[in-house]
Design a protein around this ligand. Structure first.
Ligand code: GAL
Length: 420
């Protein structure tokens, strides 16, 4: 009995010795991996941390971190389009979960189905069902989500508000009351940056004005963009814009955040990558050096978006890209990336002890709030609508004509087949 056990152990050990190197040799990846995103400069540290994990696992792969600067992907998305249509896809690219992915690249049949990876990695259960639905169709699952960002957040510096004798406004009515007081002290009430940040502000104002049900009705085609409710939202937006800085068009979103940090402006409405910027780049402490609140009239509502990465058909280094996607979807990857990025994990098993006070509060809100999709960051509408909406916004910024803008929006919605 004893002898046969020893014999068994020896045979087992020999088999293992032969088998293990073969397995690891077969798995060793080489060559390049080109990752395409807009997370350059100040937006880069979280991505760099993920690349660090990847390199640790795949030391022989040369990672090409191809970034095109420009918040919310304004420039990157144009470059990506040219490359995809020209038959030169990167190995993996950043894309927002929702219509930016499904209504654009999936519809054009340019993505690989990742269902196999979701099953193999246990991601069907690791990610919330609603999120998997957002990145999937009846034909497959099309990207790997790396985070959950919140769009409707108002940022401020508590000590400055105290100095100026104001509090963070809970409603737009409150804001419109305190804004002139701030202006009298030479302070810009609300810091704004280039065009896409106006879209970003608009979605918070529109959510406030319309309410969550009507916001969703817009995207399901049940509420027209030229309805009186939406015209009212544009009118409110026009009033709010009176209290923003005149040089907005020439500023990056970080520069608008800087205006708040430096005490030139009182508030800024921006996604919680602003928390990432203030904590990771500016080394500020949440709750002490900076404060936050749901954007006016949206407490209890969480306007959400998620960054994700997909695998385009014809990716030159497919295996390397799949290994990259595995890092993105892993618990380790997620809990390394998100605390630096200013987002919460898209996974259900996240370790919240790794997250700062702001992010813990965001995670709590995400668990209890009404969650609605962001327009400005690809969740609610396809790229046809988004591209056109940027022009509609230009028109409104110039004319401030709520009715004409609302009409133009409805024409655009028809063209983009919103709700169809
Ligand atoms: C969003 C993106 C965020 C952040 C932001 C500013 O669209 O989802 O991760 O990068 O743009 O560029």
């Amino acid at each position: 009995m004893k002898q046969s056990l020893i014999k068994f152990c020896l045979v087992f050990a020999a088999v293992m010795l032969l088998a293990v190197p073969q397995v690891s040799q077969a798995k060793e990846l080489k060559g390049d991996l080109e990752i395409f995103s807009w997370w350059a400069g100040d937006e880069g540290p979280a991505l760099q941390a993920l690349i660090g994990i990847y390199k640790g696992q795949n030391p022989k792969v040369k990672v090409i971190d191809a970034t095109v600067t420009g918040g919310s992907g304004v420039n990157a998305k144009a470059v990506l389009k040219t490359r995809m249509l020209g038959g030169e896809p990167p190995d993996s690219f950043q894309v927002h979960a929702g219509q930016e992915l499904i209504g654009t690249w999936v519809k054009a049949d340019r993505m690989e189905d990742l269902t196999f990876l979701f099953k193999e990695q246990g991601w069907m259960d690791a990610f919330p069902k609603g999120l998997v639905k957002l990145i999937g169709t009846d034909k497959g699952i099309w990207s790997v989500p790396v985070n959950i960002h919140r769009s409707n957040v108002m940022w401020y510096i508590p000590a400055n508000l105290k100095k100026w004798g104001v509090e963070a406004p809970k409603s737009w009515d409150d804001f419109l009351k305190i804004a002139p007081k701030l202006q009298k002290q030479g302070i810009v009430p609300l810091a704004l940056a280039q065009n896409w940040t106006a879209n970003h502000l608009w979605e918070s104002v529109a959510l406030a004005s319309l309410g969550a049900d009507n916001w969703e009705a817009l995207w399901s085609g049940k509420l027209k963009f030229n309805s009186p409710e939406v015209i009212k939202a544009w009118e409110l937006f026009g009033k709010v814009l009176q209290y923003t800085n005149k040089d907005a068009a020439s500023l990056s979103w970080q520069q608008a955040t800087d205006m708040v940090i430096d005490g030139r402006a009182a508030f800024n409405i921006m996604g919680d990558w602003a928390a990432g910027y203030m904590v990771t780049t500016k080394k500020m402490a949440p709750g002490k050096d900076f404060g936050w609140a749901a954007s006016p009239d949206t407490a209890g509502e969480f306007m959400f978006l998620a960054d994700s990465f997909g695998l385009p058909k014809g990716a030159p280094h497919r295996d390397n890209a799949i290994a990259w996607l595995k890092v993105l979807g892993s618990k380790e990857g997620s809990d390394t990336f998100n605390p630096l990025k200013g987002s919460i994990s898209a996974r259900k098993d996240t370790d919240l002890s790794k997250y700062n006070g702001y992010l813990q509060s965001a995670a709590k809100d995400f668990g209890k709030d009404r969650v609605v999709a962001s327009l400005a960051h690809g969740a609610a509408a396809n790229e046809t609508f988004m591209g056109g909406f940027a022009q509609v916004m230009e028109m409104f910024l110039k004319t401030k004509n709520a009715k004409a803008t609302a009409m133009a929006c409805q024409q655009l919605a028809d063209k983009a087949k919103i709700g169809k």
